[in-house]
Design a protein around this ligand. Structure first.
Ligand code: SF4
Ligand code: SF4
Length: 290
């Protein structure tokens, strides 16, 4: 299918309503795959309740591994490690950068570099469509490669099921995971709030999105908590030529929906839910024009 469209929803930081938006869009849209690429805080599955049918290990960077039978306790590894990751009798795998200096320095070949499993990817079926997601192990380091893997799994699901759209829950911020979630996407939607930090974060994310030459749009969440800043956001978006897909009012029922582990638009028909429906309609129209 050559006309597969991908929409990534991002935010400057966690807690701005990104996952609420993605879950609502997933509930409202038809014929789509859902991809949770917020691999550091992968909680979309809590709202989508997928039945996972496939899973696999995600292997991260290499770290040093010691064969204690060969170790003589000479301390050469400790002296050569610039990251204080290894001593004669201890090893800190979180500190190990996998540089290999200790391996070279060890006179008895007791050390080697080995890749470590840092997470698990899943594909499955939810009531809202096929879904790809991943979970890092507690000490697992976030990785753009894992985001790319989840996107590949989502694309496979789209092709297998002949679905024309992937809705991606992107990571917050500007790191390599966000970059991996945005690359070659057809539309990037930035969810922001009318706070000074929210405005600043949004401007930086739009810079990143522009760098990749992607179509961008904005959703203002809790727009009514500071109308002066909302006006500033509206003016800024107008200057930049960015469509505002929705303005979601503050509504305690948003938290109720999260507690009930349901997409907002399925949980209630309050003001935020209605605004989210309108935002999806405008998003769907925009996608159709791309
Ligand atoms: S350099 Fe090798 S032999 Fe020496 S303490 Fe380290 S692991 Fe053991
Ligand atoms: S691989 Fe590099 S960082 Fe890791 S323990 Fe060896 S010297 Fe230290």
């Amino acid at each position: 299918m050559s006309d597969l469209k991908q929409v990534t929803i991002v935010s400057g930081k966690g807690g701005t309503g990104k996952t609420t938006t993605v879950a609502s869009f997933a509930a409202l849209g038809s014929n789509k795959v859902i991809a949770d690429c917020d691999v550091d805080a992968s909680n979309l599955y809590l709202l989508m309740h997928p039945q996972d049918t496939e899973q696999g290990e995600f292997v991260g960077a290499k770290i040093a591994v010691r064969d204690w039978d060969k170790c003589t306790g000479c301390g050469m590894c400790e002296r050569h490690c610039r990251f204080n990751a290894i001593t004669v009798d201890d090893f800190d795998e979180l500190a190990c950068e996998g540089c290999g200096m200790c391996v070279v320095a060890c006179p008895t070949d007791a050390l080697r570099l080995e890749p470590v499993v840092v997470g698990t990817w899943y594909t499955g079926v939810s009531a809202y469509g096929p879904m790809a997601h991943a979970r890092l192990l507690p000490a697992g380091e976030s990785s753009g490669r894992l985001v790319t893997l989840v996107r590949q799994k989502a694309e496979n699901l789209a092709y297998e099921n002949e679905l024309p759209l992937i809705v991606i829950d992107g990571p917050p911020g500007l790191g390599c995971t966000t970059t991996a979630a945005l690359t070659e996407t057809d539309l990037a939607v930035v969810v922001t709030e009318p706070s000074l930090s929210g405005i600043h974060d949004m401007e930086r994310q739009i810079e990143l999105i522009n760098h990749f030459d992607l179509n961008a749009a904005v959703i203002i969440n809790k727009h009514d908590i500071n109308m002066e800043n909302t006006e500033h956001l509206r003016a800024w978006c107008a200057r930049e030529g960015l469509p505002i897909l929705g303005e979601i009012p503050w509504d305690p029922q948003v938290t109720d929906a999260l507690s009930a582990k349901q997409p907002l638009v399925e949980h209630n028909d309050g003001p935020a839910s209605q605004a989210m429906r309108a935002a999806w309609e405008r998003t769907a129209e925009l996608i159709a024009e791309l």
